[in-house]
Design a binder for this molecule. Sequence first.
Ligand SMILES: [Cu+2]
Length: 161
Amino acid sequence: MQRTFISSLIGLALLGAASLAQAQVTVAEPWVRATVAGQQATGAFMALQSTDQAKLVGVRSPLTQQAEIHEMVMDKDVMRMRQVQHIDLPAGKAVELKPGSYHIMLMGLKQQVNAGSNVDLTLLIETAAGQKQEIAVRAPVRALNAKSGQGHHDGHGHKAH
Ligand SMILES: [Cu+2]
């Protein structure tokens, strides 16, 4: 009896270790919105799904020094966005970063982002056990009006940042 108990404990521990090692995050349909000349910021969007509980804790891009994770919130009657420290990725559940919702904000752009080009992003993932992972993503750039939803991204106060 006791022996069974101990071996199942070991089994659980091994399972835990295996799933930590395998924590896989898949990225579907990444895209970045094109900018016009002089525009300082744009959004990056995608769907993320992790096999295990994890979170997106940061983003890097060669386009900019400053990439933030944002969410859209209703402030009285106005949709505004604000920075969040991370986005939870529950095990097995797709989390969409899309206009009007969570998104990645690329700010202080070094150059115009043209439709038809690609933007390299590095996603920083942290597993529930605190392990860090980096995921390289190549996101195609779509035209300014692509999937714009409510068009909230055009004038929602980035200058206030
Ligand atoms: Cu934003």
